[in-house]
Write a new protein. Sequence first.
Length: 176
Amino acid sequence: MQDTFVEYIISKKNTPKDIALKAGIILLAILLSFAIIIFLSSVMPIAFLLTVGVCYGAYYLLTSMNIEYEYSVTNGDIDIDIIIAQRKRKRLLSVNSKNFERYGKYKREEHINDNCQRKIFACDHIENPDNWYFTYKDVAKGDTLVVFSPNDRVLNAIKPFLNRLMQIQLDKQSNL
């Protein structure tokens, strides 16, 4: 069998909660800046430095909400990294697809009562109908549910490395 390597990066879309949080950060930065200027107007250099600090802090927080997920599939090994504001990368998980317990299209209502100790949502939006999921047992962290938004290349790179029973279940789902 030939080696397989596929990468895919997807950006997380802003939810109404994210938009409200961004608006709150901007409003707070404006209010703090005005308060600093009003109360420290007698010491203008310090007021200026504090205002610049508040603005930089707001900028840093706002850009930290720009999140991307990178999926890498290498011969059945799946790595999912989170990229924050294109300045910080962190590995969320690394698992072999042979260790999947369940795998398929994600339907939120079917997973509401999942009793997984850890849930990772590495998808563009939780309501996306093209989301997929898999579960596996992590030795240190217990049962893990992962929801992700792969493209066809990623799905095709995973499929040959799934156990035979899971491949049969996927074929049945796709024929429905």
